[in-house]
Ligand binder design. Sequence first.
Ligand code: ZN
Length: 202
Amino acid sequence: MNSCLLCETPIAEKPSWKALLALEQQTEICQDCSKKFQRADIKEEEPFLDRLTSLYRYNEAMREYLHQFKFLQDVALASVFANELRTLLKGNATIVPIPMHPEKKIQRTFSHVDELLKSAGIPFTHLLEKTGTDVMGEKSKAERLAMAPLFTVKAGATIRLGTYIVIDDIYTTGTTLHHAATVLKEAGATRVEAVTLIRAER
Ligand SMILES: [Zn+2]
């Protein structure tokens, strides 16, 4: 019997034809834990993104989840939202994770955005690279958007006409996604969308 990845309560497995055919992973968290996450289902257009979709709100349950996943490095938790991400991201768009600062990746041992995608079985391509510019606090929105680009297109990578979907864990001010989308569009992408697991309120 499996137990819930978050609270360790045993989960009764319900055999379904989808599970038998391995189309769907077994549930990784219990009903009680699952109810604590608050759906956001935000779909909107931003001036710089052709579409932005965020799945959940940043509530207490999500704060705890992120802490355990990112900071306590519980990589198994990548699978909690795998089925939803798989459903949302099926299609022909090129999936581009927001890259992590290389030093942070060493500290955290894994890139959490990559792990979310891997766990969902979604192929992705790293096309962006951090420039070393960092978002500092105390900046106004206009200042954050006008500063030197946070990303460049990776050396040797080719951006073709077509749709690109940038993936990040959390949408807060939009600065990161704005910079990523701008770089991809300037390099030739026709359409740039974004999907984030979480939408934080400003
Ligand atoms: Zn649970």
